[in-house]
Design a binder for this molecule. Structure first.
Ligand code: SAM
Ligand code: SF4
Length: 383
């Protein structure tokens, strides 16, 4: 007898509970997901199943990367770009925006401000340029950021595709993480969202990711979710692409249309924004289960759809958040998509709000830590 049940009753109860286990539970319990499994996990909209998915991704997150959220101050230091990606508001053909490059003195102030406010890391992001003046400027930013913070600030760069030699110079100057989204791992879809020419080449993008890893960067990539013509199978392939390429960090966000871009004409083909949002959360959760010890960012684009977007991203399995420290004089000119949140987020009250919602999500902020990818150290020490 156990708690008043006979053995026969206990057997019956276990039979009933087994029969209630669904196909979804069986997939979720697998050690390795096939493409079909991933499609099934991403396709579910049943509240109960989604709850089980998040429960699992959260427990994997707690076990493998803990409940600390790594903080990076995001500085969008220039919106000058040589490229013409069909989805992006700062593409070079958009003549409606004012182009800027933040002067060094202002960049220094922001870095110092972040460091004094216990941020462990910065992300320096910009449009893509590969001329010598730009590269030398980025090298200066890296060197003075290290110098004025006693080498304490960690640095992620996100300045697009560069040559292997340039990546090496950037690494040697103090950057140690690099984000370069593949945007989609489906080559045919890639050319639906980019012009097909020398400056926009899928093969060059793959090569650049390879070079980042070769240089020694903690390598981050990612995709947009809910693009026109994108299928759930494409998204499953994207997750398998991250796994196959043994990526250290991933940033995925919903695609959001922008009026001044060529892709705006496809807006009627898009799923509603809330669906793109929910699908992004499921992508984060499935990825966390598949790649347990990587860093996953809760992207700004999540916040553009839902005021609690990034915190919901953390609850689904993300562990990195990048409050935007770009000064308000520039932030509106880094307008990648409609409704991009335009807050300089270190203003006391916004930061306090963010901090308390992170705590409500059951996480704590890792102040003063670089917040490197655990996966990077596992894969490099195994070599
Ligand atoms: N220029 C660099 C690059 O492309 O890698 C870094 C800056 S770029 C603005 C950063 C990311 O913004 C891109 O990788 C893309 O995924 C995202 N992005 C651009 N336009 C977007 C849109 N309309 N909706 C959602 N994300 C967008
Ligand atoms: Fe330029 Fe990056 Fe925007 Fe493409 S996504 S247009 S490279 S800023």
């Amino acid at each position: 007898m156990y708690m008043g049940f006979t053995i026969a009753q206990l057997l019956l109860l276990s039979l009933i509970s087994d029969s209630m286990k669904t196909e979804f539970d069986a997939i979720l319990a697998k050690k390795i997901f096939s493409k079909d499994d991933i499609v099934a996990l991403l396709s579910t909209t049943d509240e109960n199943d989604v709850g089980k998915l998040f429960e699992k991704s959260c427990s994997v997150k707690k076990e493998y990367v803990g409940s600390e959220v790594y903080l990076r101050g995001l500085l969008e230091f220039s919106n000058v770009c040589r490229k013409n990606c069909f989805y992006c508001g700062i593409r070079s053909d958009n003549k409606q925006i004012h182009r800027y490059s933040i002067p060094d003195e202002e960049i220094k102030e922001i870095v110092l401000h972040a460091w004094k406010n216990n941020y462990g890391s910065m992300v320096f992001q910009s449009g893509e340029r590969n001329d010598a003046v730009f590269i030398e400027h980025v090298i200066d930013i890296l060197k003075y950021s290290k110098k004025i913070t006693n080498n304490e600030i960690g640095i992620t760069l996100s300045c697009g595709e560069q040559s292997e030699k340039t990546y090496q110079k950037l690494f040697d100057s103090g950057a140690h993480r690099y984000l370069l989204r593949i945007e989609t791992s489906n080559e045919a879809l890639y050319y639906k969202i980019h012009p097909e020419n020398e400056t926009h080449s899928f093969k060059a993008r793959i090569e650049a990711l390879r070079n980042l890893k070769k240089t020694g960067f903690q390598t981050g990539t990612g995709i947009m979710i809910g693009l026109p013509f994108q299928t759930i199978e494409d998204l499953a392939d994207d997750l398998l692409f991250f796994k196959k390429n043994d990526i250290d960090m991933v940033g995925m966000g919903p695609y959001i249309e922008h009026k001044e871009t060529p892709m705006y004409k496809y807006r009627k083909l898009l799923m509603p924004k809330t669906e793109r949002f929910n699908l992004t959360l499921r992508m984060i959760a499935v990825l966390r289960i598949m790649m347990k010890d990587i860093n996953i960012a809760a992207s700004t684009a999540l916040q553009a759809i839902d005021n609690e977007g990034r915190v919901k991203g953390l609850k689904a399995g993300a562990n990195v958040i990048m409050p935007n420290l770009t000064p308000s004089a520039y932030i509106e000119d880094y307008f990648l998509y409609d409704n991009k949140p335009c807050l300089h987020e270190n203003i006391g009250k916004y930061f306090k709000l963010l901090e308390s919602s992170i705590h409500d999500a059951g996480d704590t902020i890792a102040y003063k830590k670089w917040g490197d990818s655990k996966h990077f150290f596992t894969r490099t020490s195994a070599r």
